[in-house]
Design a protein around this ligand. Structure first.
Ligand code: ZN
Length: 163
């Protein structure tokens, strides 16, 4: 049987318990943590549809603790669907640590991944991002150039509002 340890008194409770049988403290947080860990684990799943779906869910949940795993995925995977979703997730979470791997994807990856990297970098922003997006205006593919242009224009609007 899978057990969940109470973060308070270390009592082993059955999986899916809402509260600790010993002290009554909530176990929902532990459940949540385990769910996110499972999603991160699933990024490397051999079944090709599982990883992309996990990446999508992590992005929708804006899971900051998944950023490192998503970066590793973008740096190491060659699966197009997984790369697409991991790049989008990093854009949604918008952690600046993701900028170098997204720049790399923008320069050299599948067309659909370059396009998403342009979008994701636009969500994160910052001076380094603007240089990378300007370079992408020379991308051989029009969809990528358009995505880069849109991100640049969104970023300049944002800068205009804050100054
Ligand atoms: Zn307890």
């Amino acid at each position: 049987m899978i057990t969940v340890y109470c973060p308070h008194c270390y009592t082993a409770n059955p999986e899916n318990s809402e509260a600790c049988a010993q002290c009554g403290c909530s176990l929902q947080h532990e459940e949540e943590k385990r769910f996110v860990e499972k999603l991160i684990w699933a990024l490397k799943h051999p079944e090709p549809t599982v990883g992309p779906r996990a990446a999508w869910v992590l992005g929708e949940r804006r899971e900051a603790q998944a950023v490192d795993a998503l970066i590793t995925t973008v740096e190491s995977s060659e699966e197009m669907a997984l790369l697409e979703e991991a790049v989008v997730a990093l854009g949604k979470i918008a952690d600046p640590r993701a900028v170098p791997c997204l720049e790399q994807s923008l320069r050299q990856s599948y067309l659909s991944v370059r396009q998403r990297a342009a979008w994701a970098l636009g969500r994160i922003g910052g001076p380094a991002v603007i240089d990378a997006l300007k370079l992408a205006l020379e991308d051989p593919n029009q969809t990528v150039r358009e995505a880069a242009l849109e991100s640049l224009s969104n970023l300049s609007h944002r800068a205009g509002r804050s100054s």
